[in-house]
Design a protein around this ligand. Structure first.
Ligand code: UTP
Length: 288
């Protein structure tokens, strides 16, 4: 079985749910505690063993490329001022030269189209797709473990209340293997009351390269966009798909509530911040 080395990170979306913050700053660069959302996601995938990050960007997203480059003047200044800890931390965060690739989607035609734009860089091997606005700590490790057990295609899922299923891609479940299960169907944004389950596709995928062939047809689906869910659904006829129940909590930083909650949760997990931050929160909550 081929190892998963590469991850595609589609970052060409417009982030309209987070205006005006995202007018000139990509939503992936908004910070959760002291690092951009995209850095959290890359760290998590690097820890799991992903070696190459393929960013599918769009206009106004060049700052993401700068973020994953050496900031030469800054490094030099930090060294000259003896800020060794800060310098080392910056270095540790950075994938090596050659471990990142950037390509442009050119027009925001949908997630499926964004993934298709990475086809030449991925080549003929299975790969991961990571939606970088979804913060799911440890998810890539769990995905790769599931892939080691099953092979094929793996989709991370999470439960939502039934009245929210119409906002997401939903899977239908077959044989259960505990944390994982066979997927027997998929639907993108089902009409209320028609969803086959309450398990949403939550932003982490491992896909076989044949998906590019399906996406090449550029068929549009829900919202007039080229949907990844539709392409996966087509591929289900010829390839196995497994769902992986992510054990952990996902924060959708593309929404205001998810972003704010992520900041609180990540700050409370930080040794250097937890205690004083908790005290501030108590004060605030006591006042309201
Ligand atoms: P979202 O549905 O979150 O869309 O896309 P968005 O445009 O980023 O945000 P809103 O809805 O306008 O607030 C899910 C993921 O797919 C990427 C986004 O960057 C995000 O990571 N995407 C979506 C693309 O890269 N290209 C597209 O054409 C659409």
């Amino acid at each position: 079985m081929k190892r998963i080395r590469k991850a595609v990170l589609p970052v060409a979306g417009l982030g309209t749910r987070f205006l005006p913050a995202t007018k000139s700053i990509p939503k992936e660069m908004l910070t959760v505690v002291d690092r951009p959302v995209i850095q959290h996601v890359v760290d998590d995938a690097r820890e799991a063993g992903i070696e190459h990050f393929i960013f599918v960007t769009g206009r106004g997203k060049a700052v993401i490329e700068d973020h994953f480059d050496i900031a030469y003047e800054l490094d030099r200044t930090l060294q000259e001022r003896g800020k060794v800890k800060e310098f080392e931390a910056l270095k540790a965060d950075l994938p090596q030269a050659g471990q990142t690739s950037f390509t442009r989607q050119q027009a925001p035609l949908g997630l499926g189209h964004a993934v298709w734009c990475a086809r030449e860089i991925v080549g003929d091997e299975p790969f991961a797709v990571i939606l970088p606005d979804m913060l799911s700590r440890g998810a890539m490790r769990q995905m790769l473990d599931a892939y080691d057990r099953h092979g094929g295609n793996i989709i991370a899922v999470e439960e939502v209340p039934e009245d929210q299923t119409h906002q997401y891609g939903i899977v239908a479940t077959g044989q259960d293997h505990g944390q994982t299960f066979e997927i027997t169907g998929m639907v993108e944004k089902p009409k209320p009351g028609t969803a086959p389950s309450n398990l949403i596709i939550s932003g982490r995928y491992i896909l076989q390269p044949e998906v590019f062939g399906v996406l090449a047809a550029q068929e549009t689906g829900a919202g007039g966009e080229i949907q990844l869910t539709d392409a996966m659904k087509k591929l289900m006829g010829s390839q196995p798909f497994f769902g992986m129940r992510y054990e952990g909590r996902t924060y959708d930083t593309g929404t205001k509530l998810g972003f704010l909650t992520a900041n609180v949760a990540y700050a409370l997990d930080r040794q250097d911040l937890a205690e004083p931050f908790r005290a501030e929160l108590r004060k605030l909550l006591g006042e309201r």
